[in-house]
Design a protein around this ligand. Sequence first.
Ligand code: HEC
Ligand code: HEC
Ligand code: HEC
Length: 378
Amino acid sequence: MLLAGAMLIAGAAHAQTSLGHIVYDKSCHACHAFGTFGAPRPGVSDEWDSRMQKGLPVLISHALSGYNAMPPRGGNPNLSDDDVQAAVHYMVDANDADTAAQLVLTAKDMLAEQKHFFRATELGQPFFYDMDTHGYFRPPAIEELPNDKYGDEVRLGRRIFTQTQKFAPRYAGRGMVCANCHLDAGRKPNAIPLWGAVGMYPGYRFSSDKNDTLEDRMADCFRNSMNGIAPAPDSPEMRALMSYANFISKGVPIGVHMPGRSFPDINYTGYEASPVRGQDIYHAKCSSCHGANGQGQRQRNADAGYLYPPLWGWNSFNKGASLYKQDKLARFIRANMPLGQEFSLSEQDAWDLASFVNMHERPKSPAKGLLQEFLSGN
Ligand code: HEC
Ligand code: HEC
Ligand code: HEC
């Protein structure tokens, strides 16, 4: 499987490495040199392997915002984002020769212009794209669209994505909208951004056992995640969605698994997921928005969909949806929920929550015959 961590964003310009070294000595060494509280030691690759699989952008965001016993910015609020980023690069670089080789040298570029050098190891070719300070792709703003027919088409696609009930009522399910899961209108990294998908289709998918186009993939979300009906590939709705997806992916290389695509992996903790524990966490951290019975909360204007979308029950995604898979739901939750507190839950919390949420009744998968479902208990 392709892991974001296998393909790294470059950051190892010499200037930056020495900056990283200085920051590290001053603010990170105290814990990381000795493994204090379990801090991974640079140069001890065993202690980094599983972390690297999260991908460099996630590691950098953890160093910035804190992570368990790791304080935000190593406890030094005076460090800038770039200082911390440089220190992480330095630590990872020290880790092993292979990793270091994957970090491509770049020019002064990155700090100044935020244009980073990206190397897709599987293609062996460098790419440039616009990046935010965490190393994720920065999609163009909708305001950049021209006021012409093309602009109108993209804006319609965006409206369908964020207000599916209103702009694609024939196909929408019962109140959810695409952007309930694809956060920030499909722009947010680690929340299944559209720009993570556009360069990867057509592509083979195990679940359909064929090469799917991006329209096929969207159709699946209509059928399952939305529990609705799939628009035809040449319908105005699908064309508008495709235009929107392409617009916000401007500059994304084709065939490259972008950091922040989908949601990050999650480890098995060695403990069985516990729905009982999940229920407690749900009531402590989720029910204030999603409701005591997972029913969510509608907006006052029903056309506008949900203020807080449902997590189970008849208006939620159905059993054919990706989020009905335990690991996908756990990964989504950990990277995105509670809203605004991404990555605050432990891996075990996320597993427990996923098992609790998916224990409940929801619509059946339309791909399975009723009898088959009855027999398999799904
Ligand atoms: C007070 C001790 C302490 C200091 C100071 C500290 N760290 Fe950490 N760091 C930790 C601990 C503990 C962990 C492991 C946390 C865990 O996995 O639960 C960690 C983990 C990390 C990770 C891996 C995060 C992940 O997602 O696996 C990175 C990257 C990191 N630190 C960077 C830094 C940088 C950069 C600095 C300096 C600016 C720094 N740390 C300073 C204690 C510290
Ligand atoms: C209930 C949550 C949910 C809703 C609502 C939803 N999706 Fe998805 N979508 C997902 C999940 C989960 C995936 C699969 C992520 C994975 O497996 O990596 C996905 C995958 C996708 C992908 C492919 C992403 C990739 O990187 O390959 C596209 C494109 C997409 N959805 C479009 C849509 C559209 C268009 C709508 C609205 C009609 C929609 N989705 C509604 C959850 C949802
Ligand atoms: C502050 C309110 C808030 C809290 C707390 C919160 N969520 Fe959400 N959640 C949202 C909103 C709002 C969305 C939809 C985002 C959008 O439309 O932009 C969402 C979306 C979701 C989705 C995908 C859409 C769906 O309905 O299936 C899941 C799954 C989810 N949240 C799970 C959780 C879990 C589990 C917790 C507790 C750890 C939690 N949320 C806590 C507000 C919240």
